[in-house]
Design a protein around this ligand. Structure first.
Ligand SMILES: Nc1ncnc2c1ncn2[C@@H]1O[C@@H]2COP(=O)(O)O[C@H]2[C@H]1O
Length: 952
């Protein structure tokens, strides 16, 4: 062993390695393989080549240098193979690809050919192998087998097939991408070994990042061809007349072929995965936890050792499963490989089957051993059959399993069949039984039923043991020797089981013990009965309780909401809707808060789950179809599912847009048009809406249409902040969103135009309606003292002005605010009547309270009409209507339909403020201010009021 801990010579047999946690070595000879797992562990080296002197090898870690005897030094710096062009945790010092020319080459430079001397070939090809192990695999077993074709590049034909190549014949390779190479059959002798492609292009040797070519088998003929897909970068690098030697000399039948092919596939797959990872670096938003787990995954992916593990399920594996070989005395026995070497205990059905078998065997033994030991007759046939021989060499439970398998049964031959207690070690398998029950609980859909069955089984088993004990004691004392013991009549097992059931369940009616021994037995029985059955009954109660837990929780929540609504006198329609929401949500998912459940999981797992659950919808969203997976991962946790009931208004025209929606289930209708009630579009699963106001495409942040839910609809709600966060790195998504939004806006502008021409559209200036719920609480009378002071004060004095102002301000403009009004009026086109209008610029603010969904008192509304006034009356806003009442009113549309006011003059588009009666809800039509970028509300003032104000 050298300093590096690596053996210096390769001879068949065992090798030791140290200082390397995990090393795998491939010998560059067909059928030669070395692997070692842990420091100081022996490595098997096997090969079918007599001459190992020219072996080359490749290690998964450390610096690699090879010398003539293929013995190299290795550092223990890492565990991974550095693929060319793929970053990895450690690097391998790969010698440059050798460029060499044959003697002929040296003689004839115009038409170079390749024929290196054997010794040189080995070295150079080893170098090739190191530099690009994914494709350059060489076998130089016999000099006379060295058959090759030389291909030198010439013009531009698309593809060259070197099938007609002869030994030492040359073919010209062109600047093509594919090279078809036949399996070589030379002079009737089939050639065995690997396929090699050797470049004599010097520039290749200089390349530090050489992408791997692709090697595939092509169809046709008895002998398959192999297709070598050369990357264009290579082709450009050989465009200066460099020489290629293509040497197909690996037969498909050779045992090394399938292994090499598998290695090739895995290297290619690993390279692809590594590239994918480079293209999609983890986002900073990923939690440290997820980063760690992803790192672990990557490490596993990049580990060269993983290449030697079985391919994952679903991966096409061409090779036949290798037979299991074991030595029996001096013969080697080959058994076909039916059971894989390793199984995933969490997913493998085979493993579960295995657990079922062992658990059944355990249960059988647990029941029959005591039964047979106690009762004289054999109740059940016992099929001992073959003893299971399982070798859990590395298992920590190996000793237990081994002990459980000790064939004490063989003593039957000596002592007879009456000693089933000899099988007692079988019960050491109880670990497998527990594992089975745990696994079954997590796998079965109705885990609770299984739990109840399991607990009942435990109970029956306890009674069984007690029955066995009772019979044994009776037998010991003599059957029928006293009133207490078993009399010996009837079926002994059934009688004893009956006795045990009565005793353990404390049913009573048991004969009184006749001696101390029997008393002792009864005492133990009852104590056991109390404790064990208390535990078992508690378990059954738990199991039943868990089964109904979700339903009980639902009932609890529903009851508390109902009692809340009753306590606060919520109107019946609202109560009904709340009940409907609860019932529907529960019936859909058997849970009320999906997010609550998901939030218990780590972020990465939550994302995976959410992606799986919502993938159906997300894949239908056209917007996301061209986005990469990472975008969806970023987005999916930000989507909040919300259920809308029939008739619910998702958003109203004129509202400030704060969310975007994706239809997850059901459909929504975009409502608008001339009547304001015609359905403009129906949006189904996968459609999205609400983006226009969110992206302020039309220059404003107001909703451009009403959207209602005609039935039960689940929408994903994505708020403005989350959307901007998600799309900030994805300009193409922004583009698509904006493009669609602009298209919709254009469409609606056209429609408006047409309707206006037809005269069917209601006054185009009408922007939206607002429901007001004025304060319906009776106002308090003005204090008498105050009234007296007002009367006494001079009519035209300053004191009078100040005192009278609060009474007059409703519907009037305060003299103090007159200038403010004038500014607003002149900055807008104003109402049609040319009268001054209040421009509620407050509505354009970002104040979260500032939308129409807040119920406004008359005072409050008025203060909103004028920001300056609002400042004056700050802190005086009163809440006159509960949100529930308001939302009920909004959703039922009752107030608008049944407004006691005369119908709105849509042509005029305004309603006089003085018309608004107190104590009821009214509809106020807002007038669009054309000159303003954002829609706004104007409320025409009462003429008299204005005059009055001006007079003042
Ligand atoms: N004619 C239409 N067809 C389909 N969707 C529309 C139409 N008009 C408006 N919408 C959508 O309805 C949404 C209402 O809110 P937004 O204006 O934010 O964004 C709007 C669009 O996404």
């Amino acid at each position: 062993m050298d300093d590096s801990g690596f053996s210096k010579s390769f001879e068949e047999g065992k090798y030791r390695m140290s200082a390397h946690p995990k090393v795998e070595v491939w010998l560059n000879s067909p059928g030669s393989f070395i692997s070692g797992e842990a420091p100081d562990e022996s490595m098997d080296v096997w090969h079918d080549e007599p001459d190992m002197s020219s072996q080359t090898w490749m290690a998964t870690s450390g610096d690699v240098r090879n010398d003539t005897n293929s013995v190299s030094t290795m550092s223990s710096s890492g565990q991974f193979l550095q693929l060319p062009g793929v970053p990895g945790p450690s690097s391998m010092n790969a010698p440059s690809i050798a460029s060499f020319r044959s003697n002929e080459d040296a003689d004839d430079h115009s038409h170079p050919s390749f024929s290196p001397p054997p010794s040189m070939r080995v070295t150079s090809l080893e170098d090739q192998f190191y530099s690009n192990p994914a494709f350059s695999i060489q076998d130089f077993d016999k000099e006379d087998d060295f058959c090759r074709s030389k291909v030198s590049r010439s013009s531009s034909s698309e593809e060259i097939q070197s099938g007609e190549q002869q030994s030492h014949a040359s073919t010209t390779i062109t600047s093509r991408h594919l090279l078809n190479v036949p399996p070589l059959v030379q002079s009737g002798a089939r050639h065995q070994g690997a396929m090699s492609v050797v470049s004599s292009c010097p520039s290749w040797g200089d390349e530090s990042r050489v992408p791997s070519p692709r090697l595939e088998e092509t169809a046709g003929g008895d002998e398959p061809w192999y297709r070598l897909d050369l990357p264009p970068s290579r082709l450009s690098s050989i465009s200066d007349g460099s020489v290629w030697s293509v040497r197909p000399y690996l037969s498909k039948d050779h045992p090394a072929f399938s292994r090499l092919k598998t290695l090739f596939e895995r290297l290619t797959e690993r390279t692809r995965q590594a590239k994918d990872q480079i293209v999609q670096p983890p986002t900073p938003s990923t939690s440290a936890e997820s980063l760690n787990s992803e790192k672990d995954e990557d490490r596993q992916r990049l580990s060269f050792s993983s290449l030697t593990k079985p391919l994952p399920a679903g991966h096409q594996q061409n090779e036949e499963p290798e037979p299991t070989v074991f030595s029996l005395l001096k013969w080697q026995v080959r058994l076909p490989q039916i059971i894989p070497h390793t199984m995933d205990p969490l997913e493998s059905r085979l493993y579960m089957t295995w657990l079922v078998i062992v658990a059944s065997a355990f249960t059988y033994n647990a029941w029959t051993i005591f039964l047979r030991q106690s009762f004289p007759c054999v109740f059940f046939l016992q099929f001992d059959g073959k003893k299971t021989r399982q070798h859990y060499v590395k298992s920590r439970d190996f000793k237990l399993d081994l002990a459980s398998l000790i064939p004490f049964d063989l003593l039957y031959l000596q002592v007879g069949l009456n000693y089933p207690i000899l099988r007692l070690p079988r019960l050491l398998k109880i670990r497998v039984f527990w594992e089975f029950t745990d696994r079954a609980e997590s796998v079965l859909k109705s885990a609770n039923i299984f739990r109840i069955v399991k607990t009942t089984g435990y109970m029956l088993y306890m009674i069984h043991l007690d029955a066995c004990m009772y019979y044994k004691v009776s037998d010991f004392q003599g059957l029928g020797s006293s009133r207490w013991v078993y009399s010996g009549s009837g079926n002994s097992y059934i009688r004893c089981y009956y006795w045990a059931t009565r005793t353990l369940l404390s049913i009573g009616g048991i004969p009184t013990p006749t001696n101390d021994f029997e008393y002792l037995i009864m005492l133990c029985n009852w104590l056991l009965g109390v404790f064990v059955f208390a535990m078992i009954i508690a378990q059954i109660r738990d199991a039943i309780g868990t089964a109904n837990k979700a339903k009980a929780e639902f009932r609890r929540r529903m009851d508390s909401v109902v009692s809340y609504m009753t306590r606060f006198n919520i109107p019946k329609p609202v109560q009904d809707r709340v009940r409907q929401w609860y019932t529907y949500t529960w019936s859909k998912a058997r849970m009320l808060d999906e997010m609550e459940l998901l939030n218990q999981l780590p972020v990465k797992m939550r994302t995976d789950l959410a992606i799986q659950v919502h993938m159906g919808t997300l894949s239908k969203v056209k917007l996301f179809q061209d986005c990469d997976r990472q975008f969806l991962r970023d987005l999916v946790l930000k989507l909040k599912p919300v259920l809308y009931l029939p008739g619910d208004v998702v958003c109203r025209k004129g509202e400030i847009g704060r969310e975007m929606y994706i239809v997850n289930e059901g459909s929504v209708q975009v409502v608008g048009g001339a009547s304001g009630r015609s359905v403009l579009a129906t949006l189904n699963v996968g459609s999205y809406f609400g983006e226009i106001s969110l992206l302020a495409v039309g220059g404003g942040n107001r909703r451009t249409a009403d959207v209602v839910s005609p039935g039960f609809t689940t929408l994903f709600v994505l708020d403005k902040k989350d959307l901007s966060e998600a799309i900030k790195d994805y300009p193409q998504v922004q583009e698509v969103l904006k493009h669609k939004a602009k298209k919709l806006l254009k469409k609606s502008a056209k429609r408006d135009e047409v309707e206006e021409k037809k005269g069917t559209k209601q006054v185009s200036l009408v922007q939206d309606a607002l429901v007001l719920i004025p304060n319906d609480e009776p106002r308090q009378d003005t204090p008498k003292l105050f009234q007296t002071v007002v009367q006494v004060a001079k009519q035209k004095g300053l004191a009078s002005k100040i005192l009278r102002y609060p009474r007059k301000r409703r519907g009037k403009v305060s003299p103090l605010l007159k200038d403010e009004w004038a500014t607003n009026t002149s900055s807008s086109t104003g109402s049609k009547s040319g009268k001054p209008s209040i421009v509620p610029s407050l509505l354009d603010s970002d104040d979260p309270d500032d939308d129409y969904s807040t119920a406004l008192s008359e005072d409050d509304f008025e203060s909103r009409q004028n920001p300056a006034r609002n400042k004056v009356s700050q802190g005086k806003r009163s809440q006159n209507c509960s949100p529930d009442t308001y939302s009920d009113i909004m959703s039922s549309g009752f107030l608008i339909k049944n407004s006691p006011l005369p119908p709105i003059d849509h042509r005029k588009g305004v309603r006089r403020h003085s018309d608004i009666p107190r104590g009821i809800a009214v509809e106020v039509v807002m007038e669009k201010q054309k000159s303003l970028p954002l829609p706004s509300i104007s409320l025409e003032q009462d003429d008299a009021d204005v005059e009055d104000t001006e007079g003042e």
